[in-house]
Design a protein around this ligand. Sequence first.
Ligand SMILES: N[C@@H](CCC(=O)N[C@@H](CS)C(=O)NCC(=O)O)C(=O)O
Length: 252
Amino acid sequence: MSHAFEVATSLLASVAEQGRGIQITSAGRQPAEMLELYDMEGCPFCRVVREALTDLDIDVMIYPCPKNGVRFRPLVERLGGKQQFPFLFDPNTDQTMYESADIVEYLYATYGNGPAPQRWRVKGIRTPASFAASVLRRGRGVQAETSSRDTDEPLELFSFEASPFARLVRERLTELELPHIVRQVGRDNAADWLMPPMRERLMPDYQPTQRNRRILIQRAGRVAVPYLIDPNTGAELFESKSILDYLDSTYA
Ligand SMILES: N[C@@H](CCC(=O)N[C@@H](CS)C(=O)NCC(=O)O)C(=O)O
């Protein structure tokens, strides 16, 4: 399938998300030690947890556990007793947890300012929409690719959950079982909504307020999502298509 077609279906999946996973509306406090989420990009239950993390503006270490995956699935079984996803480990409290609804409540109670907003609490709102997003992506980000190469250090991805471009990269990271830190770049101000090329033309002095957007502008000179850092090779790049080509040539 062409990249344009993949972006189009990913955009529809973002529409299905009903606005969750774009903005920071409940800015939480950053845990001292990074949370660990064992998940699959294409899993509808995992998606609602990742949406909440964007909403709370909490960075997270992702250990991808696609079906037939061999790297992190056995660890989840050792830690929690079964292979079910999402699975959260919070090294700050030593909590381990299955069940997306419980994880979302835990995140808001522990790092937010109160209970989870309605759009995560009501099952009838969040679950069918998240299933629709998975259907639109036709099973991408669910199955492991058997011959992927391992990595020493986790990759880093600047992303927000509903970004149609970042989703394509996260799917591939899942299929290749590549651990990665998600650096949240959710929107918290009107200028963040402009597409990067338009913003660069209209607002050459764009000064984001969100912490990872500021880091990105200092490090890479602009804010565009996704942005991948691979400490194993020193590669740093924008553009979903370039990142997918990079991942395939380096790890597939
Ligand atoms: N009620 C659970 C459902 C979780 C669930 O069914 N996850 C599926 C993936 S979408 C799973 O773990 N399947 C087992 C497997 O992939 O091995 C929740 O909301 O977290």
